[in-house]
Design a protein around this ligand. Structure first.
Ligand code: NDP
Length: 300
């Protein structure tokens, strides 16, 4: 029997729909239009695609989008001055600095200069600390998207065994915090973990965030487990024509989907959720700034 496919594309459309409804209510009842500022330094092609997509979706849900494209050799002082202006701009409720930054800019310094209340990526050290201590925070988009899909599929996650493979600050660690917050028993695995297959086999929930194509095979998966594949790996696909590529996750979908109870595909799983949650975080930030109730079901 095959696994249920958790359709991230459809789920993201539902999240965007809820965001759009909330934005319309904020406008109608309070005359407030949420605004998201995205800062891009340099011309990295992948970052340009992400920023364009973020801007387009921001406008589609009825919010203001402010794009700031800076030269690759922008100085740290100029970038910090822009962030300061955005911090003080009442029309800007969310600020996102597209990563990675060019090497001469100190990423930690830049991220920690964003007003934590406007830090819709959830990377500011204050938000990291608030999440770790179970307090209200801005939560990183990708893990929050994974949590939303897990809650939707399972209802309560309480007491389930969860294994997160990967311990990065942007996915693995916040994912583990969120699962802990929902009362899972959480194991964080990484490149030094002994007997990873055995660790993964104990899990009711597996979140793979490694960046290694199809590393997790079906025989590591406990029958019936839910598998969330965060990985995005681009492989050459000469069978599709010269120069063509295809995307795969960190999980071997063919074998894992034969064993799992539910699984996210790549593409079409976690990926589409990330921007949808960014929009949700912007509305949440806007509501908090205005002292209004937060949108239901769109926060941790
Ligand atoms: P990082 O490279 O920052 O972290 C990878 C983690 O995987 C590290 O903790 C590393 O362990 C661990 N790891 C590496 N090799 C192994 C191994 N053989 N066994 C077990 N663990 C291992 O990656 P990110 O967290 O930034 O991203 C992970 C994946 O998720 C990537 O494919 C990325 O493209 C994707 N991604 C997708 C997003 C989306 O929107 N869907 C958003 C963000 C990321 P150690 O710490 O010991 O080195």
């Amino acid at each position: 029997m095959g696994a249920d496919i958790i359709d991230g594309k459809a789920f993201a459309a539902v999240v965007r729909g809820k965001v759009g409804e909330h934005v319309a209510r904020l406008m109608a009842d309070h005359g407030i239009k949420p605004g998201l500022a995205v800062v891009l330094v340099g011309e990295d092609p992948a970052s340009q695609v992400y920023v364009r997509s973020k801007g387009k979706q921001t406008v589609e849900v009825g919010m203001n989008s402010y794009e700031h494209k800076l030269d690759i050799d922008t100085s740290e002082a100029d970038l910090l001055a822009l962030i300061e202006r955005l911090n003080n701009d009442a029309d800007v409720h969310g600020i996102l600095v597209q990563l990675p930054l060019p090497g001469h800019l100190n990423e930690d310094l830049v991220i920690n200069s964003i007003d934590p209340a406007k830090d819709v990526d959830g990377f500011h050290i204050s938000n990291v600390g608030l999440l770790a201590t179970g307090q209200k925070s801005m939560v990183p988009c990708t893990p929050l998207g994974c949590l939303m899909m897990l809650r939707d599929h399972h209802g309560s996650l309480s007491g389930l065994d969860a294994v997160v493979i990967g311990r990065s600050n942007i996915v693995g660690k916040p994912m583990a915090q969120l699962l802990l917050g929902d009362s899972c028993t959480v194991t964080i695995a990484h490149s030094r973990t002994k007997d990873l297959p055995d660790v993964v086999r104990r899990a009711d929930i597996v979140v793979a965030a490694v960046g290694r194509p199809e590393m997790v095979p079906g025989d590591w998966i406990k029958p019936g487990a839910t598998v969330i594949d965060v990985g995005i790996n681009r492989l050459d696909a000469p069978e599709r024509g010269e120069g063509k590529t295809r995307l795969v996750g960190d999980v071997d979908f063919a074998t894992a989907s034969a064993v799992a109870g539910a699984i996210t595909p790549v593409p079409g799983g976690v990926g589409p959720m990330t921007i949808a949650v960014l929009l949700a975080n912007t509305v949440t930030a806007c509501c908090r700034a205005a002292g209004l109730p937060e949108p239901e079901g769109l926060t941790a």
